[in-house]
Design a binder for this molecule. Sequence first.
Ligand SMILES: *Cc1c(COP(=O)(O)O)cnc(C)c1O
Ligand SMILES: [Zn+2]
Length: 427
Amino acid sequence: MNCSEQYPIDQVIYTCQRCGGLLDVHHDLEALRRDITRDRFDQRLGAADLPYRSGVWRYKELIYPTIPDNYIVSRPEGNTNLYYTPQLARWVGVSKLYLKHEGENPTGSFKDRGMTGGVTHARALGIRRVACASTGNTSASLAAYAALGGLEGIVFFQNQQIALGKLAQAVAYGATCIQVEADFDRNLELVREVANKLGIYVLNSINPFRLEGQKSIIIEMLQQLRWQTPDWIVCPGGNLGNSSAFGKALYELYALGLIDRLPRLAIIQAEGANPLYRSYQRGLQSLEPIHAETIATAIKIGNPVNYAKAVRALRWTDGVVEVVSDQEIMDAKALIDRQGIGCEPASACSLAGAQKLVSRGIIRPEERVVGILTGHILKDPEATIHYHDQTLADIRPQFPNPLHPAAPDIEAISQILEQARPQTALA
Ligand SMILES: *Cc1c(COP(=O)(O)O)cnc(C)c1O
Ligand SMILES: [Zn+2]
């Protein structure tokens, strides 16, 4: 992406050999312009079979045009709901708010959209072993897609603070799980070195084929909006793979004429894991890695690999970066949960961040906002339960729904039901 050096698609390589920069999958947009129309993608909606039944491979020309269909490893993923949420819109302070729920993917996070791209490419390369370091969801996804594609999956994770649902998935889907006493950032360095030594293919988001799959979040969302571009797209930022993929998707769709203007991207970080935000405040000149701490474990990342691509996405879309506290994240999550929709903590950055950007006058009340919910509510049951029983350190829940212990006695239970009326969180 920096020096425009080109490498063939079948070379196993993660960074540029000339300048050390990140790699992009480069599409021939001139050639694609003849092939791709909104109608063509719309005709594939409701397809009964792969590849077009997948919400990733429906847009195959923009993901991996030359891959033979029989290589594709797909559950299939995507086809996630875009919820129209007027009550949350009022809370945020905008006229229209939609939440695209990427937790509705097969393993419960958007990582499946990238993993179908990455594992498919690994198979095309004839690779047998794939590995990643992860805060949890990438491991769950890699484990599932490796199993489905007949590859050996290997995952590295921090031995503490991985959300239970994610760990359970990686173990159950049969990946080789390496518990390392180090944080995510160190684990990622380790996996790259070990993979290099042993000839294992790395499927972290440094892998550009994953980001190609994740572009489909944006393409599918725009198709659901009948190609009417919203004013803002708001998403959490950890390793910044998703933000990078969003920027590339928007750039390509605009270049191809599928959309006629660009929405603005808002990347939301947790206060304790905010290296992009700090850089943003200094004019995006450089990244200084930090030690990350936040209850939103999916974005507990201090040295985001895709920083340079995220900066590019911010420049392409006139984007902004905001931070929210763990308190704000958990309260916003409670509101999303309370709608009957639900998400894991990191996802709630989208709602908390949108609200903050409205209160600061950056998002205007008449604008249309799409928030991305990145992971499923069941990924991190402990965070949810401890929010509601009010035992999270340093968090005073604004919207708790405490349990009511009761004796097995009709009178006692009736009395509780007379007194305890659930509070309506939102008018
Ligand atoms: C991976 C993940 C993120 C962070 O995405 P990046 O691409 O690393 O910025 C946010 N939320 C959830 C649920 C995730 O799994
Ligand atoms: Zn280069």
